[in-house]
Design a protein around this ligand. Structure first.
Ligand SMILES: [Zn+2]
Length: 217
């Protein structure tokens, strides 16, 4: 790795350490979040099963005997309401197509610490982009692409002077860190928009409707 690439890598890692996930939400926020998720759900019993999993998220097993080290899984999220109430069910699938039950959250147990973690780190895509950035930094250091996430192999990249493998990986990490920053900020924007909308409704929307109604009579 060239000196300037080393410096760029250090800077990217420094940036990444600074980005923190959303703090774990309090009870009130969890309740609100849950209500919003089920806001447009049908009345009564229903069962919505995700037909397809989302994007692949890489993870490192760290297993001494594992020659690949990196694996990837994707999530599918099922929503529903049964006799016991509303639920969210998380399923994961690996690259071989093996589906596994991951977790289930229920409206009668919103204090579930796993749910708070899910809201702050998984629902915001924080974990996803962090894992991707970690992966590309590892690829830059090891000169490998165990998940074959690039169309070309590292060797193929190096044959072309404009497509240096390390630069390619650092570009990938930089892009994911950009998304990582957005995943943290997203909630702040959502909160702001919600507050603005509330004030608008309270002081503008309703009086206008009321005035029009009066005018029509
Ligand atoms: Zn492994």
């Amino acid at each position: 790795m060239k000196q300037e690439q080393m410096e760029r890598l250090n800077k990217l890692q420094e940036q990444m350490w600074k980005i923190k996930p959303e703090p774990l939400p309090n009870k009130r926020y969890v309740k609100k979040w849950w209500k919003q998720v089920f806001n447009n759900a049908p009345d009564g019993k229903f069962k919505w099963d995700d037909v397809e999993a989302g994007d692949w998220t890489p993870w490192c097993c760290g297993d001494k005997d594992c020659p690949i080290q990196w694996h990837q899984t994707a999530q599918a999220i099922n929503y529903g309401r049964d006799d016991e109430g509303e639920y969210i069910e998380i399923m994961t699938v690996d690259q071989d197509g093996n589906w596994e039950f991951d977790n289930e959250f229920r409206e009668d147990y919103l204090d579930n610490p796993d749910l708070a973690y899910y809201i702050s780190q998984e629902a915001t895509s924080y974990n996803h982009f962090k894992a991707l950035a970690d992966y590309w930094i590892d690829c830059a250091c090891t000169h490998k692409d165990p998940l074959k996430s690039s169309f070309d192999s590292p060797e193929e990249h190096d044959k072309n002077p404009n497509k240096d493998w390390v630069d390619f990986c650092l570009d990938g990490a930089e892009q994911d860190i950009r998304y990582l920053k957005m995943s943290g900020r997203q909630n702040i924007w959502q909160k702001t928009i919600r507050t603005l909308r509330w004030w608008y409704r309270k002081y503008f929307d309703y009086p206008v409707i009321w005035r029009i109604k009066r005018w029509m009579h």
